[in-house]
Design a protein around this ligand. Structure first.
Ligand code: HEM
Length: 144
């Protein structure tokens, strides 16, 4: 199934990923920077949930499907390879942060300070994966 109501699923996935990125940035600016832990943690949980669905149900099966084709010409498909590797790293870091927030829920200020570098790394890798995903989308659906 690659279409829903005649529309390629990639379009829905792109919209979900844009929403996820907006919530991530809102959680960072209005949550972490203003010390609103409730907003920050809710944003992180929402992002992790929706993103695991788009990646688990759509992106990973699609990636596995094109693995042989992608590796047959790594130079031409560099953006797919970097997207997948950086994307795995970003998700790994995101899940790690969620687990830390859940396990050590009683010390929000200290925890935000301690996890700051990890959060910046997560948001940085996330944005790289997002930009390459959009580039890939444009190549596949718009610039052909
Ligand atoms: C933070 C992590 C990630 C972000 C922000 C992200 C974002 C995106 C976006 C915006 C697209 C374009 C929408 C689309 O064409 O469906 C996309 C496509 C894609 N992503 Fe990711 N992605 C991430 C992680 C991953 C991972 C871990 C994999 C697999 C190992 C992956 C595999 C793919 C594939 C195969 C496509 C093309 C899907 C298609 O054929 O339409 N992504 N990604």
């Amino acid at each position: 199934m690659q279409q829903l109501f005649g529309i390629p699923i990639s379009y829905f996935v792109l919209i979900l990923e844009v929403i996820v990125l907006i919530v991530l940035v809102v959680g960072w600016i209005y949550g972490a920077r203003r010390k609103d832990f409730n907003l920050h943690h809710k944003a992180v949980y929402f992002v992790a949930l929706i993103h695991m669905l788009t990646v688990g149900i759509w992106m990973v099966p699609r990636a596995l499907n094109r693995l042989t084709r992608m590796l047959a010409n790594p130079i031409m498909n560099w953006y797919q390879i970097v997207h997948d590797i950086v994307g795995i790293l970003a998700i790994g870091l995101g899940v790690l942060l969620v687990v830390i927030f859940l396990v050590r829920s009683g010390m929000p200020i200290k925890l935000l300070k301690q996890t700051r570098p990890l959060m910046f790394l997560t948001i940085g890798t996330w944005i790289i994966a997002f930009v390459l995903g959009v580039y890939w989308f444009l190549l596949a659906w718009v610039l052909i």
